[in-house]
Design a protein around this ligand. Structure first.
Ligand code: 5GP
Ligand code: MN
Length: 321
């Protein structure tokens, strides 16, 4: 909801603030980090003390982002204003939840359907492609500074969160935003090579290992793939190297729901769900205390990976046919 009143209120808040924080969430992805750096770098060129704050380690995939070295743990005392980006609820901030107590005002900018509207000011619209697109609207709406570095971050945010501009919530407006970003001389080919053509060999090996152990259920409309600690040891890969596996399975014609189960430890399984046509991923993951989008959601199951497979299969079957 990018209403004029909201934008005016945000402008006044920024003007009145000296210390501003922009925080990422746990397991940060391209939309989260690109949006954070885009907004953070823009605010930094105003006369403000800007803290770009991480809530978790930064996956290798994104260390090429402009300004990534600015992302640190918070070392200040208090904040006048805190921006929380691409984050559906407070829990997703992990240890950084304490920033809510240290901040006078919180601005929540997000496009998750499961967003809990936790900010003093909320820019939440689940019809928008990505938080990156919302950040673009805010930068333009408030005439904040934009340059090549910022534009490249927003390109990464939008491209990575839309499956390279292919999902349902991509609009003509999304493409207009991208066209405008090109006018800041972004090197889109360089960014695409970094994002989509730089997979490590270990990651490819993990991919093969995981995919070769996939299970199909319900006339092959449900795919469940597991990544165990044992597989990681065998392939020398890390859990972040699971990127892309679940989407690959989703893209099978018979598959409506694809699950990836990541064995973080013996009794902690992180679930990634992707769906295609009729099944609401957010609804399924909500049953386990998670959430996300209609087509991409996640949750954590505190049980063994075998039990987690049974549980998600049972839940998914309720929504099939
Ligand atoms: P991924 O499967 O890539 O980790 O996450 C897919 C989507 O679901 C992302 O938009 C992410 O924010 C959301 N998501 C993943 N895990 C959780 C979770 O445990 N809780 C909530 N609320 N959202 C999640
Ligand atoms: Mn997003």
């Amino acid at each position: 909801m990018m209403s004029k009143n909201n934008l005016i209120e945000l402008k006044e808040l920024i003007q009145a603030s000296k210390n501003i924080g922009v925080v990422s969430h746990i397991n940060p992805d391209g939309d989260n980090l690109g949006s954070l750096l885009g907004l953070g770098l823009s605010l930094k060129s105003l006369d403000k003390e800007v803290y770009m704050i991480k809530a978790d380690f930064i996956p290798n995939d994104y260390i090429f982002l402009n300004g990534i070295e600015e992302l640190k743990t918070f070392d200040g005392k208090t904040l006048d204003l805190l921006f929380v980006l691409d984050c559906s609820d407070k829990n997703r901030l992990g240890l950084n939840q304490n920033l809510f107590d240290l901040s006078t005002k919180v601005v929540n900018i997000d496009h998750h359907i499961s967003n809990t509207i936790f900010g003093d000011l909320n820019f939440v619209d689940n019809s928008v492609s990505s938080t990156g697109e919302l950040i673009y609207d805010i930068i333009k709406g408030l005439t904040l500074p934009m340059d090549k570095d910022i534009a490249e971050n927003l390109y990464v945010a939008i491209s990575s969160d839309t499956g390279r501009f292919s999902y349902e919530n991509v609009s003509s407006k999304t493409h207009e935003v991208i066209a405008d970003l090109y006018d800041y001389s972004i090197d889109a080919y360089k960014l695409n090579k970094k994002l989509y053509q730089s997979r490590s060999l270990d990651r490819t090996k993990l991919f093969i290992e995981a995919i070769s152990n996939v299970n199909f259920y319900n006339n092959s409309s449900i795919a469940i793939v597991k990544v165990t600690q044992k597989m990681l040891r065998k392939t020398n890969a890390k859990m972040e190297d699971t990127e892309g596996i679940v989407e690959f399975l989703r893209d099978t014609d018979s598959v409506e729901a694809a699950f990836l189960l990541k064995e973080l430890s013996e009794h902690e399984i992180k679930v990634s769900l992707r769906t295609k046509s009729n099944v609401d991923a957010n609804m399924i993951c909500s049953a386990f205390g998670g959430g996300g989008h209609t087509r991409a959601s996640g949750c954590t199951i505190k049980d063994t990976i075998i039990k987690a497979e049974e549980l998600v299969l049972m839940e998914a079957k309720k929504y099939m046919d």
